[in-house]
Ligand binder design. Structure first.
Ligand SMILES: *[C@@H]1O[C@H](CO)[C@@H](O)[C@H](O)[C@H]1NC(C)=O
Ligand SMILES: *[C@@H]1O[C@H](CO)[C@@H](O)[C@H](O)[C@H]1NC(C)=O
Ligand SMILES: *[C@@H]1O[C@H](CO)[C@@H](O)[C@H](O)[C@H]1NC(C)=O
Ligand SMILES: *[C@@H]1O[C@H](CO)[C@@H](O)[C@H](O)[C@H]1NC(C)=O
Ligand SMILES: *[C@@H]1O[C@H](CO)[C@@H](O)[C@H](O)[C@H]1NC(C)=O
Ligand SMILES: *[C@@H]1O[C@H](CO)[C@@H](O)[C@H](O)[C@H]1NC(C)=O
Ligand SMILES: *[C@@H]1O[C@H](CO)[C@@H](O)[C@H](O)[C@H]1NC(C)=O
Length: 645
C-alpha cells in the first residue's frame, strides 16, 4: 500500500503564514493522524470545493457585493446595478466627507446609508456596521455593529462575513470564525480568476516603527526607474519587457493605475508578438479562463505551448490544466500530470498544488491523501493561497473530528490569510494612493474599514495615521471631529488589535500606553503583559522594558537577576542599539554590587544614558518588516482548480 511505503517520512513541516502574522507554525502530522481519519473522506466529499469548478468568471459585484471599487475608481454609473444607486451615492458622499473633513456631509451620508440599510440593502447594512463600530456620527456600539454585519452577511455581503469572522476570532469563538472564513476564502479563490494572487495586492505598511516608511512610499511612487509614465513610454517605443509590465499595471490596477482590461490585453498581445514569454503565458491563461475576453482554447493552447517551449516552465501549469479538463486538447491525465511534474521539478508551487489535487482526488494516480498533503504544504509554504486553502480545509475537518482547538486556530489563521487576498484587498491600494496624494482623511477611512475586516497592516496603518497626523487624520467622532481623547482611544484599540495579531511594535505601543498612562489609566501590570507579548515576538525594546520593570519593581516583582537576563536578551536581539542596554547593565551591576548605592550614582548614570542616547539617535525599536512590492514577483497564473471528479 502506498501509504505505508511512505511511513519513514517524518511529517513535520514549518508552515509559514505569509505576511499576515510574523509567526511560524509547526505542523506535526504523525502517521497516526493520517490513519485515524485526520482526513480521509472529508476533503473529497466537500461539495464546496466543486463550486469553484465553474470556470465562468464571476463578476466583481458577484464576488464582492457592494464593493467600494466603483467609488474609488470613479467608474461611471452604468457598471453599478440600479438597485444599488442610492447606496453608492451615499458611500461616495461618505468617502468625500472623510477626504474633505466635512462633518456635515458625513452626517448626511450616514443618514442616507441608514435609509438604504433600513430598506434592507445588505451593503448599506455592512457600512452601518462600520459606522457603529467606529462611532462615526453615531455612538459607538459593538452590539449594533455586530447586528448590522450579521444582517448584511445574511444578505450575502462578503465584507460583513469577514468582519464577523474577525470578531469571532477576537472572541475566541474559532469554530464560528472558521465557518465564515472558509466561505470568504472560497470566494477569494474564485476571484483569482480575475485578480489572481499576485503578491503586490498585499497591503503595504506605510510606517516603520514611529516613522513613515520612505522606502515603501518611494517604491510606490516609482522613483526606482519604475515610474509608470516612463514604463509606458518604454512600452510604446517597443521594449517587450516594459510592454509586459505595463500590461500588468493595467490588469491588476497597480499603484493607483485604473483597471483597464482592454489596455492590458493590448500590451500583452504586443509583447507576445515580440515573443515575450511571460506575456504569452498570461495571455494563454486569460484565454483559457475567459476573464474579460471570449474564451478561446485554441489560442490558449497556442500561447501556453509557445511560452513553455520557449523555456518558461511555469506555462506548463496552464497546459496541464488544459489536458486535465480536455479544453482544446484531448483529455489526458497522464499528460496533465507530466506537465505539473515539469513545473514542480522547478520548485514552482503552482505545479505542486496541482499535483496535490491529483493525489487528493485520485485523478490519473492512486488516491493518496498523505502525498497530497505534502504537496499542499510545500505550496502553502511558498505562499500560494490555494495551497493554504487546502491545508486549512484539512485542518478544519481534522479539528472537528478530533475536537482539537489548536488545529482549529491554525485553520482559521490560514483561511484568514487566504480571505485577505480577496477582491476587497484592493481597498488598500486606494488607501495608499490617497495617502501618497496627501489625502490623509480618505486613506484613514479606507484603512479603518479594512481594520474592521481584520487586516493587521491596515490596523497598524490607521493607528499610525491617528498618532502621526492627529487632527489631520479627519477622524470623526460622535458629534464632530474626534477629540484628543477619542483619537487616543481609537488608536489604542487599533494598536491593540494589531498587537494581538503578532505585530510586536503595536504590542510595544500598547505597553507604552499603559506604562505612561497615555489615553489609558496608568497600569504597570497591563503594560508588563503587553511587553511580554512583544517580547515573545523577539522585540528587543520590550525585553529592555521588561528588564527595567523588574529592576524597579514596576508591575513585575523586583528582581535584579531577571532584569539582567532581560537586558541580556535585548542585547542579543538587537546589537545596533546596544548603548542604552549596556548602560542599563552597568547600572544594574552598580545596583547589584552596592544595593545601597547613593541616589547620586543612579542619577548620574541616568543623565549619562540620556546624553548618550541622544547621541546615538538610532531607532531603538525593532523595525517592523515591510512587504515588498514590485510587478516582477508575479506568481504564475493558475485557475482555481476546476477539477473533474
Ligand atoms: C511530532 O510528534 C511526535 C509524536 O506525536 C513527537 O514524537 C515529535 O517529537 C514531534 N516533533 C516535533 C518537532 O514536535
Ligand atoms: C469515510 O468513509 C467511510 C465509507 O464511506 C466511512 O465508513 C468512514 O467512517 C468515513 N471516515 C471518516 C473519518 O469520516
Ligand atoms: C484512511 O486511509 C488509510 C489508507 O488509505 C486507511 O489505512 C485508514 O484506515 C483510513 N481511515 C479511515 C478512518 O477511513
Ligand atoms: C435609521 O433609519 C430608521 C428608519 O428610517 C430610523 O428609524 C432610525 O432612527 C435611523 N437610525 C439612525 C441611527 O439614524
Ligand atoms: C447598544 O445597542 C444595543 C441594542 O441596540 C442597546 O441595547 C445598548 O443599550 C446599546 N449600548 C450602548 C452602550 O449604547
Ligand atoms: C479562436 O482563435 C482561433 C485562432 O486565433 C480562431 O481561428 C478561432 O475562430 C477562434 N475561435 C473562437 C470560438 O473564437
Ligand atoms: C496520454 O499521454 C501519454 C503520454 O504523453 C500517451 O502515452 C498516451 O497515449 C496518451 N493517452 C491518450 C488516450 O491519448
Amino acid at each position: 500500500m502506498s501509504v505505508s511505503s511512505h511511513k519513514i517520512i517524518a511529517f513535520t513541516f514549518l508552515l509559514y503564514i505569509h505576511r499576515v502574522q510574523a509567526q511560524y507554525f509547526i505542523l506535526n502530522f504523525s502517521d497516526e493522524d493520517f490513519h485515524n481519519g485526520f482526513d480521509n473522506n472529508s476533503t473529497n466529499e466537500d461539495s464546496n470545493y466543486e463550486k469553484f469548478g465553474q470556470t465562468e468568471p464571476r463578476s466583481d459585484q458577484d464576488l464582492d457585493p457592494g464593493s467600494w471599487r466603483p467609488i474609488l475608481e470613479q467608474l461611471d454609473d452604468s457598471v453599478v446595478h440600479p438597485a444599488l444607486t442610492p447606496y453608492y451615492s451615499a458611500l461616495k458622499k461618505m468617502v468625500s466627507a472623510a477626504s474633505e473633513g466635512n462633518f456635515m456631509l458625513m452626517e448626511e451620508a450616514v443618514n442616507e446609508v441608514n435609509a438604504s440599510a433600513s430598506a434592507g440593502d445588505p451593503p448599506a447594512r455592512s457600512v452601518m456596521g462600520f459606522v457603529y463600530g467606529m462611532g462615526m456620527t453615531r455612538e459607538a456600539n459593538g452590539t449594533k455593529s455586530f447586528q448590522q454585519h450579521q444582517l448584511a452577511a445574511e444578505g450575502g455581503n462578503m465584507q460583513s462575513k469577514m468582519a464577523l469572522a474577525f470578531r469571532y476570532v477576537q472572541l475566541d469563538m474559532h469554530d464560528k470564525a472558521a465557518k465564515l472564513y472558509a466561505e470568504v476564502a472560497g470566494t477569494a479563490l474564485s476571484s483569482f480568476l480575475i485578480s489572481k494572487d499576485f503578491s503586490m495586492v498585499v497591503p503595504l505598511r506605510i510606517h516603520r516603527g514611529a516613522e513613515e516608511d520612505k522606502d515603501v512610499l518611494r517604491r510606490f511612487r516609482g522613483e526606482d526607474g519604475e515610474d509608470f509614465k516612463i514604463l509606458e513610454y518604454q512600452a510604446q517605443i517597443g521594449h517587450p519587457s516594459a510592454m509586459y509590465r505595463t500590461g500588468l499595471f493595467y490588469y491588476f490596477s497597480l499603484r493607483g493605475i485604473r483597471h483597464d482590461h482592454a489596455k492590458a490585453m493590448y500590451w500583452f498581445s504586443e509583447a507576445a508578438e515580440k515573443r515575450e514569454l511571460r506575456s504569452m503565458e498570461i495571455l494563454g491563461e486569460i484565454y483559457a479562463l475567459g476573464t474579460g475576453v471570449e474564451k478561446n482554447y485554441t489560442k490558449a493552447f497556442r500561447c501556453l505551448t509557445l511560452a513553455a517551449e520557449g523555456g518558461l516552465y511555469s506555462a506548463y501549469t496552464g497546459l496541464g490544466y488544459l489536458y486535465l479538463k480536455g479544453y482544446g486538447v484531448d483529455k489526458n491525465y497522464t499528460k496533465a500530470r507530466e506537465c505539473f511534474e515539469k513545473v514542480s521539478d522547478r520548485e514552482d508551487p503552482s505545479g505542486m498544488y496541482y499535483l496535490g489535487m491529483l493525489y487528493l482526488k485520485g485523478i490519473g494516480v492512486k488516491r493518496d491523501v498523505k502525498q497530497a498533503t505534502k504537496y499542499f504544504l510545500v505550496a502553502s509554504n511558498a505562499g500560494l493561497p490555494k495551497g493554504m486553502y487546502q491545508i486549512a480545509k484539512m485542518l478544519h475537518a481534522g479539528a472537528e473530528l478530533k475536537k482539537n482547538p489548536n488545529m482549529l486556530k491554525l485553520a482559521v489563521a490560514l483561511y484568514k490569510s487566504v480571505s485577505e487576498r480577496g477582491p476587497w484587498s484592493s481597498l488598500s491600494r486606494w488607501a495608499l494612493e490617497a495617502y501618497m496624494k496627501g489625502d490623509v482623511g480618505k486613506a484613514f477611512i479606507l484603512y479603518s474599514r479594512m481594520s474592521e475586516l481584520g487586516y493587521e497592516v491596515a490596523q497598524s496603518n490607521a493607528a499610525w495615521i491617528l498618532d502621526k497626523y492627529g487632527k489631520r487624520s479627519m477622524c470623526m467622532g460622535v458629534s464632530g471631529f474626534c477629540t484628543d481623547k477619542e483619537r487616543k482611544e481609537r488608536a489604542h484599540a487599533l494598536w491593540w488589535r494589531a498587537s494581538k495579531q503578532g505585530n510586536d511594535y503595536a504590542a510595544l505601543l500598547v505597553g507604552d500606553a499603559y506604562y505612561y498612562g497615555r489615553g489609558k489609566e496608568r497600569d504597570f501590570v497591563r503594560a508588563a503583559e503587553a511587553y511580554m507579548y512583544a517580547k515573545s515576538q523577539l522585540n528587543a525594546q520590550a525585553m529592555f522594558n521588561l528588564g527595567y520593570m523588574h529592576e524597579y519593581g514596576q508591575g513585575l516583582p523586583f528582581d535584579l537577576n531577571l532584569a539582567k537576563s532581560y537586558y541580556n536578551q535585548a542585547l542579543e536581539n538587537e546589537p545596533v542599539s546596544k548603548f542604552p542596554i549596556m548602560l542599563a547593565l552597568v547600572r544594574l551591576w552598580v545596583r547589584r554590587k552596592y544595593v545601597d548605592v547613593s541616589i547620586m550614582v543612579t542619577l548620574l548614570l541616568a543623565s549619562l544614558i540620556t546624553v548618550l542616547h541622544l547621541f546615538n539617535k538610532r531607532s531603538q525599536r525593532r523595525e517592523v518588516t515591510v512587504d515588498s512590492i514590485g510587478a516582477d514577483v508575479a506568481q504564475p497564473l493558475v485557475e482555481s482548480a476546476a477539477f473533474p471528479n
